[in-house]
Design a protein around this ligand. Structure first.
Ligand SMILES: [Fe+2]
Ligand SMILES: [Fe+2]
Length: 285
């Protein structure tokens, strides 16, 4: 059994749910239930309740990176879980992170909690730069090497404060979740800051197989050039990805271009989207 439900996204596809800039995706399998990100504030927990999903069944939380639109819902989600839970993330999720070109207008977009506050709600952090194996078939990517010549971290946008002042944030904490199914890989992205294609190449290498059945989540193409979007689509075609479920920071123009180019392979993955994956079929509701 592999079932993926998006709990929080910028947009919703059902009455009674909340849309919120950010992402949270629940992955359920026979061996483990994993929550990838927690959305920005209240939406993941609220939407889980409305959808009748009991978050106490979550075994592990994975954080795709430290940005608050993926981590800001942690406190609320942990309160709803009422249990001890391991949180797998890169050490840089605890680095102060900022967004904005102008120094005087930079906004704090890092993890909005202290470690002790999350620990008091049951979280225990497992920090790793390397991939972390969760079950025989599920692992995180760890740091994603940037190998394509058309993918880059959005310039002049994300910063950290280093010893010598402001520095571009290389988003080393950006990682994805890989599920190795019998018929190929399923990859869940958070923001895909280091590039969706880089992430897929890295996933193929880590698992040692080529077939990519599905990729879902944010691709951070929201400010990307049309050229980069076209090259991304060409690479998705070359990889022969069977289903592409875009969300969040992929942005509307890039998502529309993908919908046009990928036809039935494309779907918009927003809050309430439920994906049932068998060995032969991917069913999107
Ligand atoms: Fe994001
Ligand atoms: Fe992000």
């Amino acid at each position: 059994m592999l079932k993926i439900t998006t709990l929080s996204e910028n947009t919703v596809d059902a009455m009674g749910l909340l849309g919120e800039w950010g992402l949270s995706v629940l992955v359920e399998t026979d061996t483990a239930n994993i929550l990838m990100d927690a959305g920005q504030s209240l939406s993941a927990g609220h939407n889980a309740s409305v959808m009748g999903i009991d978050l106490s069944k979550v075994d592990k939380i994975v954080l795709s990176h430290g940005h608050s639109d993926h981590t800001g819902g942690l406190q609320n989600v942990l309160r709803q879980m009422r249990k001890k839970v391991e949180v797998i993330a890169h050490p840089d999720v605890w680095t102060a992170k900022y967004s904005g070109q102008r120094e005087d207008k930079r906004k704090d977009i890092g993890m909005p909690f202290l470690l002790k506050d999350l620990e008091s709600l049951g979280a225990s952090f497992k920090l790793s730069r390397e991939p972390v194996r969760i079950t025989d078939n599920i692992m995180t990517t760890g740091e994603v090497p940037m190998v394509t010549d058309f993918e880059q971290i959005t310039p002049n946008r994300f910063y950290v404060k280093g010893k010598s002042g402001w520095q571009s944030d290389e988003l080393l904490d950006d990682m994805a979740l890989i599920i190795n199914t019998k018929s190929g890989l399923v990859v869940v992205l958070g923001c895909g800051h280091r590039g969706v294609i880089n992430t897929l190449y890295h996933s193929q290498k880590l698992i040692g197989r080529k077939e990519v059945r599905m990729v879902i989540g944010g691709c951070h193409l929201i400010n990307a050039s049309a050229e980069r979007v076209h090259m991304t689509i060409a690479a998705l075609k070359e990889l022969d990805v069977q289903k592409v479920g875009m969300s969040h920071c992929t942005g509307l123009p890039a998502s529309a271009m993908m919908a046009q180019e990928l036809g039935e392979r494309f779907f918009y993955n927003n809050a309430c989207t439920q994906i049932d994956i068998t060995d032969t079929e991917i069913k999107v509701d």
